[in-house]
Design a protein around this ligand. Sequence first.
Ligand SMILES: C[S@@+](CC[C@H](N)C(=O)[O-])C[C@H]1O[C@@H](n2cnc3c(N)ncnc32)[C@H](O)[C@@H]1O
Length: 273
Amino acid sequence: MPSVIYQQSQVAVKYLRDLMEGKIFDNPKDHEVLARFVEYVTSKDDLIVDFFAGSGSTAEAILDLNKRDGGERRFILAQLPEPTPEKSAAREAGYDNIADIGKERIRRVIKKLNEEDEGKLQADDEPAQDRGFKVFKLTSRNFETWDGEAPVASAEDASVLEERLLNAVENVNSDRSREDMLYEVLLRAGWPLTTQVAILKLADGEVFSAKSEENDTMFVCLEDLVNEELLREMIGQKPAQVVCLDVAFHGNDQLKTNTVLEMRDRGIEFRTI
Ligand SMILES: C[S@@+](CC[C@H](N)C(=O)[O-])C[C@H]1O[C@@H](n2cnc3c(N)ncnc32)[C@H](O)[C@@H]1O
C-alpha cells in the first residue's frame, strides 16, 4: 500500500449524487478508497465498525469488496439521528436525519449489486451473496418494570403507590411492535442482536424461536392471550427457555401456576414479563 493515495474528492460527490438522485450529503468519503483500506487491514470474514457512519460509505465499501473477492465481511454502522438542515436538499427529499440517508443508501447499493449479479450468478452456478442489514434504534424500554426501591411513607405516597400498582398491571408499552419487544427480551437475556430467530405458528398463536450459538432454544411468546393449548405446544417442543407476557394470562393464576410447575418438571426455564 503506498503512503499517499490521490483521489479527487469530486468523484465520490458525483457518485453519491447519481446514486441518491440529488445532492443530499456533503463531503462523503470515497467508498473505493475506503474499500482499499478495508482490504488492506482485514481478512475476508472480519467485522468492520464505523461509529460515524454518515451516508454509509463504509457499508458500500464492504459490500463492494465482498462482491469482488467473495468475502463475508460484516459491518456495524452507528449514526446519531442528527437532523438534516431545514430547507436542505436532503430534507426536501424526505430525509429527516443523517441516519435516514445512510439507510436509503445501503438499500440502493444492495439493490444495485443484486441487479448486477442477476444474470452472472445463474451462469456460473455460484450461490448469491447474502446481502442485507438490520436497523436498531436506541429507545426507552418496552416494558414498565416495578421499582421496589421507591420509598412509601406518607398517605400521599400511598396514593402514588396505588397508581403505580395500577400502572404495573398493564406493563407493556402499547405503541411498540412485537419485534421491538423481542429484541429487548433477547438483550436482557444476554443474547446478541444477531441471534437467529424463526417465527413458529403454534395453536393459532405466533411464537418467536431464537437459537443461541450453543444451540439452545428460547421461545418468546408475545401474544396478548395465551391458553393451555398454546402453552402445551410450546412445552412439547422442549425449548431451553420460554418467555411470555404476564398480561397474557389475564389473571388466570391457576393456568400460570400449572405452567410454572409443568415447565419446571420438564427442565424448561420459564419467565413472564
Ligand atoms: C463526516 S460524517 C461521516 C461521513 C462518512 N464517512 C461518509 O462518507 O458518509 C460524521 C458523522 O459522525 C457523526 N458524529 C459526529 N460526532 C459524533 C459523536 N461524538 N458521536 C457519535 N457520532 C458523531 C455525525 O452525525 C456525522 O454525521
